[in-house]
Design a binder for this molecule. Sequence first.
Ligand code: DX5
Ligand code: ZN
Length: 233
Amino acid sequence: MSDGIKLAPSLLSADFARLGDEVRAVAAAGADLLHFDVMDNHYVPNLTVGPLICSAIKPHCPIPIDVHLMVKPVDRLIPDFAAAGARIITFHPEASEHVHRTIGLIKSHGCLAGLALNPATPLTTLDHVLEDLDLVLVMSVNPGFGGQSFISSALPKLEAIRRRIDESGRAIMLEVDGGVKIDNAAAIGAAGADVLVAGSAVFGQPDYQSVITAIRSAAQNGQASRRATASAA
Ligand code: DX5
Ligand code: ZN
């Protein structure tokens, strides 16, 4: 996952009356992952879907399901999402009493483990756990709703985490979530993200394939310019 850019459309902006069709459509349009936003009306002020819907869409989903848990407490739901077909499970440190234990719980159920940092969550949250993670998710909006504007302080945050990941020598995915569009994807790729979540930018469009391709190619251009700058230095 360290090479190339992955696109993860967020199901939050899909037509919920046609979820199976929507999942098949984004996969056929070239999505790499399906981002599955779980909200509980407690950790975030919105209520979405749970393991029942995850297992219902699983047979329609030929790409890995990337579950983003915005729930508190988080541990009790992890075995349920693993059984429902999640490949990656990401949680927020504020939603767990014992972050290291929750990471271990996700892995013990055979899933990849991700930690999500809200716009105001400091990078020191990654101290002592980065090496245990498979993915770091940088929130570029406050969690809870699709269709919000990208918070630009996510860019230097991505750059700082990219440096830490590269120093670790591990192939940890760096995902960004919130307000991702065609016109900011190059800057996001240049900042070091390699997994881009896009909800309203994809599901709001008539042609999923052209928007997925456009976001990926803009982010790849940004990634290439970052690498060129790094190798020239
Ligand atoms: C926000 C969710 C995001 C959201 C992204 O809490 O985690 O995944 O659906 O939607 P857009 O791309 O519309 O900002
Ligand atoms: Zn999300």
